[in-house]
Write a protein that binds this ligand. Structure first.
Ligand code: CA
Length: 221
């Protein structure tokens, strides 16, 4: 699969580095910018999606997005913000953003939202699980003919598995994707979630499943 180039615009150095590292692990090619002015320069470098912090030192991320749109860039934009309020979300969408994620968030969820935004905009490459779609806005798993609702934890686990079809995902990685740092989660709980996900997956698409690789982890296949 071709690496998709994502521009990460975030002024907080630590978070910017963490985002770049996390997205590279999710197989994205990552460019970074620390403010609105450099973001507007970097977007010229053929990026497939933009992760855009709203609170930037030189401008509001929503204004940066509007400026990109005004210059004819239709690239999908996912806003990041410390505020999860409805007003912020609506103003983000009216500024031309495609999605919105409140900090703190899970890397797997950001990656899933980026892929969904690119798919909606027609930037997603062919291949992978084309009949299955994860809708991050509604936490829904949609197949060709029907869909099922997922809990936020189920969504994060499945997004983590579906991000790397055919590859083994270790139990530890799933625990990290599914639950906040320091949460007490037993192996049994993870097993129960995977059993539920298998059932839901079976309801919408019988051609995919979650395989167990004994002693190692799980695989979306
Ligand atoms: Ca900021």
């Amino acid at each position: 699969m071709t690496d998709h180039r994502v521009l990460v615009v975030e002024d907080d150095h630590g978070l910017r580095e963490a985002l770049a590292r996390g997205l590279r692990e999710e197989h994205f090619d990552v460019l970074t910018a620390a403010d609105g002015a450099s973001a507007l320069r970097a977007v010229h470098r053929q990026v497939d999606a933009v992760v855009l912090d709203i609170g930037l030192p030189d401008s509001d991320g929503r204004d940066v997005c509007q400026a990109m749109r005004a210059h004819g860039f239709t690239v999908p934009v996912v806003f990041l913000t410390a505020h999860g309020g409805l007003t912020d979300r609506l103003s983000g969408f009216s500024a031309g953003g495609d999605d919105y994620l409140a900090k703190p968030f899970h890397m797997a969820e950001l990656a899933a939202r980026l892929r969904a935004a690119m798919r909606r905009s027609g930037n997603e490459p062919a291949g992978g699980s084309s009949e299955l779609r994860l809708d991050p806005a509604r936490h829904v798993l949609a197949g060709r003919d029907c869909s099922v609702a997922l809990t936020p934890t189920e969504f994060r686990l499945l997004a983590c598995l579906m991000a790397v079809p055919g590859a083994v995902v270790r139990r530890r990685a799933l625990l990290r994707a599914g639950w906040p740092e320091g949460a007490m989660v037993t192996d049994n709980t993870l097993d129960q979630y995977l059993a539920r996900l298998r059932r839901k997956l079976g309801q919408v698409d019988s051609s995919h499943s979650i395989g167990t690789v004994r002693g190692v982890g799980y695989r979306f296949e």
